[in-house]
Design a protein around this ligand. Structure first.
Ligand code: NAP
Length: 281
């Protein structure tokens, strides 16, 4: 079984991006810029944003974090986004989720210019992805996709089962696999026989949020299994896949932690650089 080392893959991707930023700097005499808006003081969001800033600096991006208190008015945030939309030094804008209840997430996402939407959440980017056009792709499924391609460069005709249909993970993952000519089944909480669906798969991507939902006898021999889940349990952090059981059958699989997680931030940097490149053309 190949243990997919997300930390190593993410470090390699960051190194490639660092070189790319250096080349862009030579060519355009400027570097891509990422601005993150952080509202409130929720500990996980603070940690995510700190990691994003550190990684952006590491690859040579210009990065900025704008912080607002939990009580900030929606209007203030929307006006700031408009200002960043018009700022030529800003290539990518990310508003860290979740937002306080009084701020409309949909409005926030739709105010970000699609060409600066590094999260790939804007409906224009969602539509572009499903139409097969160039667009920003949500960072976590993009990371999963790059890990799968590293193991199996030719995915054409493979049967893929995506467990979970969130806008963040399951749906964009499905689009990426479809683009690679996989036959994709997307499953969710109302799927009748999830085990039977998974047993058909050459590739399983689990993005559910239920600890160790996918068991060893759900996976046929030589399946690639990507575990997006991050679940806090009494035994520490576990994924949506039972690692011990599934690793006996899988051809390759990601651990949790150290699998998909590290790729997410690296893909955010990639999206920022791609937004910059598109803006120069
Ligand atoms: P989400 O928005 O809560 O979506 C969960 C999906 O799982 C839904 O589509 C739901 O179906 C489906 N589901 C729930 N119970 C199910 C069951 N028994 N069988 C099959 N499907 C079921 O979650 P998410 O935001 O996609 O996140 C999923 C997991 O990934 C979480 O553990 C989260 O922490 C983790 N995550 C990790 C990263 C990373 O960087 N590694 C990034 C983001 C999220 P319905 O649509 O029918 O309700």
């Amino acid at each position: 079984m190949i243990l997919i080392d997300g930390k190593k893959e993410a470090a390699e991707l960051r190194e490639k991006l660092k070189q790319e930023v250096a080349e862009l700097k030579l060519k355009y005499n400027k570097v891509p810029g990422l601005t993150v808006i952080l509202i409130g003081d929720m500990a996980p969001s603070q940690i995510y944003v700190r990691n994003k800033e550190r990684s952006a600096n590491e690859v040579g991006l210009k990065s900025e974090v704008i912080k607002y208190p939990e009580t900030v008015e929606e209007k203030t945030v929307l006006e700031k986004i408009e200002e960043l939309n018009n700022d030529k030094t800003v290539s990518g804008i990310l508003v860290q989720l979740p937002l306080p209840n009084h701020i409309d997430k949909k409005k926030v996402i739709e105010t970000i210019l699609p060409s600066k939407d590094v999260d790939g959440f804007h409906p224009t980017n969602v539509g572009n992805l499903s139409s097969g056009y160039e667009s920003s792709v949500p960072c976590t499924p993009l990371g999963c996709y790059l890990l799968i391609k590293k193991i199996e460069p030719n995915l054409s005709g493979k049967k893929a089962v995506v467990v979970g249909r969130s806008n963040l993970n399951g749906k964009p993952m499905t689009q990426l696999l479809l683009k690679e000519n996989c036959t994709v089944t997307i499953t969710h909480s109302r799927t009748k026989d999830l085990k039977a669906e998974c047993l058909e798969a050459d590739i399983i991507v689990a993005a559910v949020g239920i600890p160790e939902l996918v068991r060893g006898d759900w996976v046929k021999k030589d399946t690639i299994v990507i575990d997006v889940g991050i679940n806090k349990t009494d035994n520490g952090i576990v994924g949506d896949v039972n690692f011990e059981e599934v690793s006996k059958n899988a051809k390759a699989m990601t651990p949790v932690p150290g699998g998909v997680g590290p790729m997410t931030i690296a893909c955010l940097l990639k999206n920022t650089i791609d937004c910059f490149k598109r803006s120069q053309n």
